[in-house]
Design a protein around this ligand. Structure first.
Ligand code: SAM
Length: 286
């Protein structure tokens, strides 16, 4: 387990994933009833973009920094800026102390939810988990588990609240991660068929991504949305050229919202200024 998200925090893939997470939570917040978020691969929770790891890659410069700058300059199309506002406000709020911090999925989810909502964060890496404990562990809504996220799916679903989100965001450092994602999705759906289930995947090897999409579609789960953003031309199987999300049971507004957001962000996040967004249904939904 060598993966450290601090090298990648706030990069274009994070922006896309966290923009979607923020829209899902905005939807869940519309009903008073409590919900639960299970984040199976939670990471360290909050990242310092001026820290050594982030400074080594500078990945956030073409991600969140580019988006914040465009928002400040007023150059984002208005509908996209309005949809992104809760996410970008949460990022700006982490910087109130003056450091250039970036909220990972746990800190972002906590910032965008209510006192009645509950959170389970699985993180297997000891040092990352210790950071997560320090950064969000004191929040009474949170339970941090030293548990394999794939086992967490079986152990913690369905949640008592019977509404909520399962976020599955593995590091893709071991072979077989696409297959584990498909199996994880099937297991999550079997236990929590009414939940919103969101999976993240990298776009590097296009054949592997095609096979993954086909495997997800073959599960035949109703309402499976595919959201993808290319931010570079594929040149090598080792370089991230795009980022994808599968969302089962998305809020009915999400497909249109992600189209609006990603069409606005694609030129900003793409290395050649020509990013491309794809939002479509793998199985019928909208
Ligand atoms: N979801 C986070 C976010 O958006 O801010 C980023 C998570 S990062 C991509 C993946 C994390 O999963 C790493 O911190 C890694 O240590 C952890 N991890 C790897 N294998 C795991 C497993 N089987 N169960 C739980 N956590 C795992």
């Amino acid at each position: 387990m060598n993966y450290r998200h601090s090298f990648h925090a706030g990069n274009p893939a994070d922006v896309m994933k966290h923009a979607a997470l923020a829209r899902v939570l905005a939807y869940l917040n519309k009903k008073e009833n409590a919900y639960r978020v299970l984040d199976t691969h939670a990471g360290a929770g909050l990242y310092d973009l001026d820290g050594a790891n982030a400074q080594r890659t500078l990945e956030a410069d073409s991600g969140i920094e580019a988006v914040l700058a465009a928002d400040l300059a007023g150059t984002l199309p208005k509908p996209a800026a309005a949809l992104l506002a809760p996410y970008l406000d949460a990022v700006r709020a982490t910087r109130a102390g003056g450091r250039r911090l970036y909220p990972g999925s746990p800190a972002l989810a906590l910032a965008l939810s209510r006192p009645q909502d509950r959170f389970l964060f699985c993180e297997l890496h000891k040092e990352e988990r210790a950071k997560l404990e320090k950064r969000v562990g004191e929040d009474p809504r949170v339970k941090i588990l030293p548990q394999d996220g794939w086992q967490g799916i079986a152990a913690h679903l369905p949640p008592r609240e019977r509404r909520g989100l399962v976020l599955v965001d593995p590091p893709f450092e071991e072979p077989g991660e696409f297959q584990r994602l498909v199996a994880g999705l099937e297991a999550a759906y079997q236990r929590f068929a009414t939940g919103i289930i969101m999976l993240w995947y990298p776009i590097k090897d296009l054949k592997a991504v095609d096979a993954f999409r086909r495997d997800v579609a073959r599960l035949g789960l109703p309402k499976t949305l595919r959201v993808e953003l290319d931010f570079a031309t594929v040149r090598s199987l080792d370089v991230l050229s795009g980022s994808g999300l599968i969302i089962v049971n998305p809020p009915f507004t999400l497909a249109d919202e992600m189209r609006t957001i990603l069409n606005a962000l694609a030129p900003l996040l793409a290395r050649d200024g020509q990013g491309r967004a794809r939002v479509s249904w793998l199985t019928p939904g909208g």
